[in-house]
Design a binder for this molecule. Sequence first.
Ligand code: FNR
Length: 386
Amino acid sequence: MIISSTTDYREAARRHLPPFLFHYIDGGAYAEQTMRRNMADLQDLALRQRVLKGVGQVDLSTRVFGEDFALPVALAPVGLTGMYARRGEVQAARAAASRGVPFTMSSVSVCPIEEVQPAIDRPMWFQLYVLKDRGFMQNALDRAWAAGVRTLVFTVDMPVPGARYRDRHSGMSGPHAAMRRMLQAVTHPGWAWDVGLMGRPHDLGNVSAYLGKAITLEDYVGWLGANFDPSIGWRDLEWIRESWKGSMVLKGILDADDARDAVRFGADGIVVSNHGGRQLDGVLSSARALPVIADAVKGELTLMADSGIRSGLDVVRMLALGADAVMLGRAFVYALAAGGALGGEAGVANLLDLVASEMRVAMTLTGARAIGEISRESLVSAGLVA
Ligand code: FNR
């Protein structure tokens, strides 16, 4: 199979993964309207072609939270990344490090912090949810800091899990889910090793590290489901702000008032995000929310954005709308899950190369030599999305 874009990686992942895993990654909440709008609203933004600007060599590098980035991109935290390729968190982290960008480890990982951070030569970022089990949160923060993590991504848009129709249909959630997952994995061609994660106790990432024992995948998902905390408010985050000495980024902000509250709270950054359309269907796409938020808080904290980015052109569009840097979610996961020689670490590294080369073309043809030269002037229709 010839790979030239995220669309190809998505198709490779669809062929390689058991259906319940592909749909878990690919799907969104309810009728998936926000998920579709994330992509459509970005792609509808017309880049403003400028010619004969003598652009020459384009510089994609930037600095965020005192860290050098080879391009203004980080890998988003994605739960169960270790299910999409063998020791998937390690593979994705190595690919990101090799391309000079950060990998964000989800707290819902298969590999523990202590396995992933030593495998790379730059600090990874660590993502945490607000969970009822504050002991788990403290334990994860302590272990992340001890391992060398300095950037904490705190996800605030998951006080309750969003309902995803596809997961009900595929057997990823709902009654008899565990049984169906096992059957699908066992019967799927080429999917043997991960069956080891199904049904029997396994060393499962940060939760096993905290509980001090091996657990089954079903226990893991059950533990997480019982731990979402819908009562969470700004005050519940203060102890984290005070005890975490590194940068703290709040992920899942979609409203300018919340962005202003994040500034008052003392966040170092925010990620404008609707969780890739996986939480509340019907909310604004990131591309529509971002310019309003940029008008409210740009310059007061680091402004990141995700949801719907599928190419280097989309990265340039998000920067034009006001983001300092972006996160890639499904785009890198499809590459990781592409299987065989196409996927894994090599797949994610290649995906980042594709994004970088697309960015170079977009910047050259919009007349931007460096990341700081991308602005709303790089778009024809910026005014239409606000
Ligand atoms: C996610 N996302 C996510 N976010 C987070 O903070 N913690 C997590 O554990 C997860 N898990 C997760 C699993 C899967 C399969 C997906 C696709 C996404 C959301 C993720 O960080 C990011 O916000 C979105 O993926 C961005 O949207 P796109 O780029 O996928 O459209």
